[in-house]
Design a binder for this molecule. Structure first.
Ligand SMILES: N[C@@H](CCC(=O)O)C(=O)O
Length: 384
């Protein structure tokens, strides 16, 4: 295990703000959208969530790496972030599941990180000015030169990144949440009746824990590439269709929107999470817009008509414009911090979606009931 280095590294934002720190993970230069995540746990799940593709993530939790990394906590095959920013790094992880230090892991995957950064100041900057591109480098230590590289990078708005993360071929997923970790009383206490519904999941950058939750509720999940046609999807005769999370600008994922619009004509239950929620909204005629700095963390309150507020895990930079929703669509949840749309459903057809992540990983489990809601919709559809 290598200790964290004292090699100098530079972080420059598009507006010229410069931070000096030290390198962890790989050496090199990376450019991406600099965002912040306020979660106090789950750095490995964040790093491997495909929705973060193209982004440099600032972790506001003050020390990263304490529990190392392990093979079970991967949300996809590899870390997907372009870079990581930390206040401090723990060089000697201590956890019974740890197989590698965070720094070695990122080095292995050629992902640079910078630590020693005043992440509170950086977060305030992003909150005030808005999320913007930036670069981390261990090679270019002249701020003006690094900034000129940042200026050449495209903005996140308008970027379709789905093709970089979607599966190339279809596959089936059957692994549920490990029984040791199961938290749902109905699933943990009994050999709950497994409904055995077939769900086709369109992979815009799917997280493994979504697949696990669907499998835990007894679904046979067929995961298909994002460019699969509606006709091919319907050939699997699914009981329900799932639209996954994913990176980039949802409005640029035109193929996914066209396919979903076609699929809606079949009137089968449809459930969307995060980008899946945005794609469902776009398919129903709504528009999306880019938020100033997005929501990324584990304690975002969502609610509206329900008596209980859900504390939710979130990770998104775009949202649905409520003004653009047609009469047939109802808002079910708002983000209670800024009143943006956090959930919607069709008033008469079995389509619903949430902007947040009910699968958590990391995060609270308040919204896990939405998977059960999807199962109930498939049950009802079968009875008709
Ligand atoms: N890329 C979209 C969706 C994120 C997700 O699906 O997790 C956004 O930033 O809003």
């Amino acid at each position: 295990m290598s200790l964290v280095s004292a090699q100098s590294a530079l972080l420059v934002l598009a507006d010229g703000t410069t931070y000096r720190g030290w390198s962890f993970g790989a050496s090199g230069t990376v450019i991406g959208e600099v965002v912040f995540n306020t979660g106090m746990t789950g750095y490995q799940e964040v790093l491997t969530d495909p929705s973060y593709l193209g982004q440099i993530v600032t972790f506001t939790y003050p020390e990263l790496g304490n529990t190392g990394v392990n093979p079970e906590d991967e949300e996809s095959q590899r870390p997907q972030v372009r870079g990581a920013i930390a206040r401090n790094i723990c060089a000697r992880p201590s956890n019974w599941r740890s197989t590698q230090s965070l720094s070695d892991y990122l080095k292995h995957h050629h992902i640079p990180g910078i630590y020693g950064i005043d992440t509170r100041a950086l977060t305030r900057k992003i909150r005030t000015v808005g999320a913007m591109n930036g670069a981390i480098s261990t090679e270019i230590l002249d701020p003006a030169e690094l900034r000129s590289r940042v200026e050449q990078a495209p903005s996140m708005a308008g970027l379709n990144l789905v093709k970089e993360v979607t599966t190339q071929t279809m596959y089936e997923w059957s692994e549920p949440t490990d029984r040791v970790w199961e938290f749902s009383p109905s699933l943990a206490s009994s050999e709950a009746a497994k409904p055995g519904y077939t769900v086709v999941a369109i992979d815009f950058g799917i997280k493994r824990n979504i697949l696990r939750r669907l499998a835990s509720y007894g679904c046979r999940v067929i995961v298909v590439p994002a460019n699969t046609s509606a006709e091919e999807i319907l050939k699997y005769n699914p009981d329900g269709i799932f639209l996954s999370n994913g990176p980039g600008d949802p409005a640029a994922v035109t193929e996914g929107v066209t396919t979903t619009r076609e699929l809606l004509k079949a009137n089968k239950p449809v459930f969307g999470i995060c980008m899946g929620h945005q794609i469902l909204g776009l398919s129903l005629g709504a528009e999306t817009f880019k938020l100033k700095f997005g929501h990324r963390g584990l304690n975002q309150p969502a609610g509206l008509k329900q008596r209980q507020v859900e504390i939710t895990s979130q990770n998104h930079g775009f949202a649905i414009n409520p003004e653009s929703l047609s009469d047939g669509v109802e808002i079910t949840h708002l983000n209670l911090n800024d009143q943006t749309v956090a959930g919607l459903k069709h008033k008469s057809l079995p389509f619903f979606s949430v902007q947040y992540h009910p699968e958590a990983s990391p995060g609270p489990h308040d919204a896990d009931y939405l998977f059960e809601q999807f199962i109930q919709q498939m049950e009802q559809a079968k009875r008709l």
